[in-house]
Design a protein around this ligand. Structure first.
Ligand SMILES: Nc1ncnc2c1ncn2[C@@H]1O[C@H](COP(=O)(O)OP(=O)(O)O)[C@@H](O)[C@H]1O
Ligand SMILES: [Mg+2]
Length: 220
């Protein structure tokens, strides 16, 4: 499967999700990551610098990437693509060949609703040129506050429900600092253990939620 994590905006959690997804898949499958974010290359140049192929790592690609991604999809069980936070030819090529596109919608800023919408509109536009069967588009609400009910979360979920192309995941990803801690340790979320035993139950919660997301994405 070719899974693309995309949003036309930066800072919404794409790299956190893409690296954690790749690391989790690598436990049981042959996988490869593709980093398209030429402005940062954090997945390829930072996170992957301390990882082996077996643990799952990202490689930076640019230019005419379509054939390279399709070749990777033949050689590996899964390809996970981490997009940059902007529209360019590489993003469109990735949208064209992806089997599944995961679009994170981070709560906390109105502009995040706009960037979600823009991203799905771009997928729709690219879909006109699609040769193989249609793409599955999932929207996932991320960085949801951990206490209290929240109008912003409801609005974000509603946005995905009302979108004609994107399918909402039933899990939301909480506001979890563990993604950043795992990333800084060159790990995916499910590989991470906090050095502080008091954090254990909170890390477990984040992992449970993440695995529920994985199940939804990969069960269909
Ligand atoms: N679920 C989350 N909860 C809290 N912080 C998060 C979450 N996901 C990502 N972050 C943090 O938000 C920042 C941007 O995340 P990143 O994955 O790099 O986004 P992008 O790739 O879309 O630019 C990082 O500091 C990251 O640790
Ligand atoms: Mg990123």
């Amino acid at each position: 499967m070719i899974l693309l994590v995309a949003n036309s905006k930066g800072g919404v959690g794409k790299t956190s999700l893409a690296t954690s997804i790749l690391a989790e898949l690598a436990k049981t499958k042959a996988v490869i990551g593709v980093d398209l974010d030429s402005a940062n290359r954090t997945a390829a140049d930072v996170w992957s610098s301390q990882r082996t192929e077996e643990q799952g790592r990202f490689y930076f690609l640019s230019g005419d990437i379509k054939e390279e991604i399709l070749t990777a999809a033949n050689d590996y069980d899964d390809v996970v693509i981490d997009a940059g936070g902007y529209d360019n030819a590489e993003l469109r090529a990735a949208m064209l060949v992806a089997d599944v596109i995961l679009v994170p919608l981070r709560v906390g800023a109105n502009s995040n609703i706009d960037s979600f919408r823009k991203t799905v509109e771009l997928i729709e536009e690219v879909n006109k040129y699609r040769e193989k069967e249609s793409v599955k588009v999932f929207g996932v609400v991320t960085a949801t506050p951990q206490i209290g009910s929240n109008a912003e979360v409801e609005r974000a979920i509603q946005e995905i429900i009302e979108d004609p192309l994107a399918q909402p995941l039933s899990v939301t990803i909480g506001d979890r600092s563990w993604y950043g801690r795992a990333f800084d340790a060159y790990l995916g979320l499910t590989e991470y253990e906090s050095p502080n035993p008091r954090d254990k139950k909170y890390v477990e919660k984040a992992k449970t939620e993440f695995m529920a997301m994985m199940k939804e994405i990969f069960s269909e």
